[in-house]
Design a protein around this ligand. Structure first.
Ligand code: FAD
Length: 295
């Protein structure tokens, strides 16, 4: 393993200013201790593909037992020389807990935070300090010089009252200090293009980066879609119906579908692609091979 120590970090907003198109990955911390050792294997492949950054998800539970998110972000930065983005949710935390977490991030030289509200967790009563992600950004920005990213939803957030409200709230989030928006997964590019156009009309002058999740597991994707409400285009549904019991065929078809989405996005001047890797290096590798010569 090549060990590269980053002297200082880089703000993701600077990467978007410098590069015309970025490629970033999302990973999640393994739940079981036994899977923790696999993360090095995953990271070594992902980092060889030279992403512009890797974001690490954060559990939305009530205790701040998210040390693995920080541990993995540190690894990405210090052992692999890639810029990490730490996800952080706020609904179940109070100001003191957020301050404590921000201090940990600062002491580790982490420069980038994806500020989220988080989903409601059964049996946990939300704390009252933060209702929305924009509250978190406004609060943290006063004392902490991170680059803040935010989430966005091309097909509206499941709790949304519609696109007009969604745009108004996104504008609040950007005005609070979100410099980049990373999108929820979607399978119909036209919905993303329309959403991106709405963002521009609403005066959101920040990158609205599409999030792409290649399908390699039918039940996983059905579960994800039922949670986030993304629509299934007919062409995509046919792939799943046809190959859901044939792992290898579903992998090939899912990769082809994701690549065709990505190429369609890249030719239309979007600022970058955020790939939901599902911690699967083969997925990231295949996507990178597929766009090797595409700029
Ligand atoms: P908000 O931006 O707060 O929006 C939530 C809803 O409230 C929206 O409908 C919005 O329109 C509405 N709203 C916002 N402001 C106002 C206002 N002022 N008044 C009224 N309504 C308002 N979850 C995790 O637990 N961990 C993760 O690591 C994680 N990573 C994610 C990464 C990405 C790229 C995405 C897209 C989502 C991620 N999530 C994660 C899921 C996310 O936490 C949920 O979707 C959550 O329900 C909403 O979070 P948010 O930050 O988008 O919320």
């Amino acid at each position: 393993m090549i060990v590269i120590k980053l002297v200082s970090g880089m703000k993701i907003s600077d990467i978007y200013k410098e590069k015309k198109k970025t490629l970033s990955f999302e990973i999640f911390p393994p739940k079981k201790d036994s899977d923790l050792k696999n993360i090095d294997e995953t990271l070594s492949v992902l980092c060889e593909l030279k992403p512009d950054f890797i974001s690490v998800t954060f559990g939305a539970g009530g205790s701040l037992n998210n040390s693995r998110t920080v541990e993995i972000a540190k690894k990405i930065k210090n052992d692999y020389g890639v810029e990490p983005v730490v996800h952080l949710t706020c609904l179940n935390y109070d100001k003191a807990q957020i301050d404590e977490f921000a201090k940990v991030l600062e002491s580790e030289g982490i420069e980038n935070v994806l500020a989220l509200r988080g989903d409601r967790v059964p049996d946990i009563t939300p704390k009252e300090d933060f209702r929305y992600s924009s509250d978190l950004i406004s609060y943290m920005k006063k004392d902490h010089d991170f680059c803040y990213l935010g989430a966005c939803y091309p097909e509206c957030h499941p709790e949304s009252n519609g696109m007009v409200d969604e745009m108004r709230h996104l504008k609040t989030k950007v005005d609070a200090g979100a410099e980049i928006l990373l999108s929820q997964l979607f399978f119909d590019n036209e919905l993303y293009f329309k959403f991106n156009e709405n963002c521009k009309i609403a005066g959101l002058n920040v990158p609205v980066v599409p999030g792409i999740m290649p399908v390699i597991n039918a039940s996983q994707i059905k579960r994800m879609v039922s949670l986030c409400g993304a629509s299934f285009p007919v062409k995509f549904r046919k792939i799943i119906d046809r190959y859901e019991d044939n792992k290898q065929a579903l992998f090939d078809a899912g990769m082809s579908y994701a690549l065709s989405q990505i190429i369609d996005l890249l030719v239309r001047d979007i600022e970058g692609i955020h790939l939901y890797t599902m911690n699967n290096p083969a997925v990231a590798r295949r996507i990178c091979e597929g766009i090797r010569n595409i700029v």
